[in-house]
Design a protein around this ligand. Structure first.
Ligand SMILES: O=C(O)C1=C[C@@H](OP(=O)(O)O)[C@@H](O)[C@H](O)C1
Ligand SMILES: C=C(OP(=O)(O)O)C(=O)O
Length: 435
């Protein structure tokens, strides 16, 4: 149990560089591994999820070394991976699991994937079914991990995906790199496009049509190792964007935050709600980045539907928190994907927010929140539900109440943001008498 910081005497102040983007860190390892030559990733996210990816590729015979947040990968090429006689441990990471399934489906060896209790409950048929259309041979345990992938020659994919998921899309793209002809993948809605951007930077030919949802992949590219700096993770910056918006008297600058437009849903929503954010773009070789300065603002309620969800999927618990302080009723729908994350995030947000007396109603695919109701703590013992994003949103919510709150499962923040509590502390006012 961790005692959380409650309402500070003054606002949050200062500058922070958030850790590297989780989605890009995973992909940097994977694409470096299947390239020729060396890849160097600076500002790599050294969180448990990305370290699961790193260890899995070491187990597949790729030399990878790490010094602090710099990772060096000696690429073995698309045909140079070697099978592992022991299962590959995916830990808690859905991204590692889904993407690696697509890559391993086209290899010449078999692999078994296992994961922790939470990951073992998450759906895998969303990947194995469309890969099956490419003649992949994947055995799941009733749709879940453990999964055995029997590597074989794949046929090209030509079809529409059933879920709006960057993980599913990326698995299909990685399989398509190994197929017997060009593939065309059609998404339900545009989702984060780091795979497409990064693979092209490594030398692949992955084209997105002007509709934003039709992706064509040419097979058998020769990929070349790259040196890159991973941008700050918008999904991590989001906790401080929301904290600074809600804690009175705050002004916080977040440096070098990734601004890929498929990831900036929280920024758009905050601005639509009346948030005060100054965006100063920085020059970068890869994905767009910017410095963001956020000041406290009185927020208006918002309505969010299905098409807006992919760009803010991991930040929706934070949107619920913004709504819980907005001047009216907010509705978030079309977000049933939240039910199959590390925990059921709709149910977890509703359960924990109710302990704070927040007027929140559960919907099958989202929530309705009345921000005009004053909060009153009915239960000071909060629970992260073993989910990093739930733990962190509760730590931010705690800054808005005077009652000291406690959090169970605080160690889960290590999945995406091991230094979260220390970074938050740098922005909080120093207690009287503290150096
Ligand atoms: O591709 C990725 O890196 C991710 C995609 C999203 O999942 P889905 O594709 O399941 O929506 C997101 O929730 C996850 O944190 C990271
Ligand atoms: C859902 C998440 O990650 P993953 O699917 O990779 O476990 C997340 O980071 O919020």
């Amino acid at each position: 149990m961790k005692t959380l910081n409650s309402k500070p005497q003054a606002g949050l102040q200062g500058h922070l560089t958030v850790p590297g983007d989780k989605s890009i860190s995973h992909r940097g390892i994977m694409f470096g591994a299947i390239s020729q030559g060396q890849t160097v990733l600076h500002h790599f996210l050294t969180s448990a999820d990305c370290l699961s990816t790193l260890a899995a590729f070491q187990q597949l015979g790729v030399p990878i070394s790490r010094s602090g947040d710099t990772v060096t990968i000696e690429g073995v090429g698309l045909n140079g991976l070697s099978g592992s006689s022991t299962p590959l441990d995916m830990g808690n990471s859905g991204t590692t699991t889904r993407l690696i399934m697509g890559l391993l489906a086209g290899q010449t060896f078999d692999s078994t994937l296992v994961g922790d209790a939470s990951l073992s409950k998450r759906p895998m048929r969303r990947v194995s079914d469309p890969l099956g259309a490419m003649h992949a041979e994947i055995e799941t345990s009733d749709g879940h991990l453990p999964v055995t992938v029997h590597g074989r020659q794949l046929t090209a994919f030509n079809g529409r995906l059933q879920v709006a998921s960057a993980q599913v899309k990326s698995a299909l793209i990685l399989a398509a790199l190994q197929a017997d002809g060009p593939s065309t993948i059609v998404e339900q809605l545009p989702t984060r496009d780091h795979t497409e951007r990064l693979l092209n930077a490594f030398g692949a030919d992955v084209q997105t049509a002007s509709d934003g949802i039709t992706i064509t992949v040419q097979p058998h590219p020769t990929l070349h190792g790259q040196t890159m700096t991973v941008p700050g993770d918008m999904s991590s910056a989001a906790f401080f964007m929301v904290a600074a918006s809600l804690v009175p008297g705050s002004k916080v600058t977040l440096e070098n935050v990734g601004m890929n437009p498929t990831r900036t849903g929280l920024l758009d929503i905050l601005q639509r709600m009346g948030g005060q954010v100054t965006v100063v773009p920085r020059s970068s070789k890869g994905e767009p980045v910017a410095d963001l300065t956020i000041e406290t603002a009185q927020l208006k309620p918002i309505e969010i539907g299905e098409t807006a969800i992919p760009a803010v999927i991991d930040e929706l618990p934070l949107v619920a928190l913004l709504a819980a302080k907005a001047d009216g009723i907010s509705t978030i729908i079309g977000a049933s994907e939240l039910r199959v994350k590390e925990t059921d995030r709709i149910s977890a947000v509703v359960t924990e927010f109710k302990k704070l007396g927040i007027a929140i109603e559960e919907r099958p695919d989202g929530f309705v929140i009345d921000g005009r109701q004053p909060w009153h703590v009915t239960d000071a013992n909060l629970d992260a539900h073993n989910d990093h994003r739930i733990g962190m949103v509760l730590a931010i919510a705690s800054l808005l109440v005077a009652t000291p709150l406690r959090l169970a499962g605080e160690e889960s923040v290590g999945i995406s943001y091991p230094n979260f509590f220390a970074d938050l502390a740098t922005l909080l006012p120093k207690e009287v008498g503290q150096p």
